[in-house]
Design a protein around this ligand. Structure first.
Ligand code: ATP
Length: 238
């Protein structure tokens, strides 16, 4: 198991948002987490990537208990986070943003970093001719590609993504999710939080449904896609 979350609780100050959440991502699987606005999806990813403290439960990454680890230590253990607002360093070039993604691998041979970079650029060929541009000059879809490519530069075992489809035209949503599917086919484990349930179901292996800080339903994507509770609330009845 790449990622195991048990009884996770977290929140902001005295506001408790996650109430004992369980989630698993098997090796080489694409797991989607869907849920209404305010269900706690972003909070889950923040807790998983060490951006907010965990108040209960545990997080295990490839058998290592990483509960309470901060972002850099988690990155070194193999977890990369692609945030929703696609935080990129605006004053640096696309190329330098990619280079910063490999920060935790800086002591590894340059040839290895180059190999990882070339693979990320092969996945998103649109980035190659734009390496010397500022990220702000990229389209929304290209910025999302950059954010994912930057996450890949850390050579993660598990990539967690916050709303990869947000604000993108349908064709680009398809392109981004197809790339996530290819990464999964190459053996990466992915956990994507997603508002766009249709896009998530099209590619995910397993889907979790969150409501008010808890998992209320989960299962194999193909099975869950025909569950009336899912079709009614998330897939618009077909
Ligand atoms: P959305 O799909 O709208 O992004 P979400 O499922 O990702 O929703 P969260 O963003 O995790 O939900 O929000 C869950 C709850 O936590 C909400 O009640 C929200 O108001 C609260 N919350 C989120 N971020 C903060 C913060 N930085 N400080 C305080 N409360 C927050």
């Amino acid at each position: 198991m790449s990622l195991e979350v048990r009884g996770l609780s977290a929140g902001y100050g005295r506001l408790s948002v996650l109430h004992g959440l369980d989630l698993e991502a098997a090796d080489g699987r694409l797991v989607a987490v869907i849920g209404a606005n305010g269900a706690g999806k972003t909070t889950l990813l923040r807790a998983l990537s060490g951006l907010i403290p965990v108040s209960g439960g545990s997080v295990t990454l490839a058998g290592v208990d990483v509960t309470g680890y901060g972002p850099e230590r988690l990155a070194r253990e193999g977890l990369a986070h692609v945030p929703e607002n696609r935080l990129v360093f605006p004053s640096l070039t696309v190329e330098d943003n990619l280079r910063l993604g490999a920060y935790t691998r800086r002591r590894e041979p340059a040839a290895e970093r180059r190999r990882v970079r070339d693979r990320a650029l092969a996945l998103f060929p649109r980035l190659e001719p734009r390496l010397q541009q500022a990220p702000g000059t990229l389209s929304g879809g290209e910025q999302q590609m950059l954010a994912i490519a930057r996450g890949l530069m850390a050579r993660p075992r598990v990539l967690v993504l916050d709303e990869p489809s947000v604000g993108l035209a349908p064709r680009l949503v398809g392109e981004i999710f197809a790339a996530l599917g290819r990464l999964r086919d190459d053996g990466l484990t992915l956990v994507a939080v997603e508002q766009n349930a249709r896009a998530a179901f099209a590619v995910a292996d397993h889907v979790y449904v969150m409501d008010r800080g808890r998992v209320v339903l989960h299962g194999d994507a193909a099975t869950l896609a025909s569950d009336p509770r899912v079709t009614a609330a998330f897939l618009g009845g077909g």
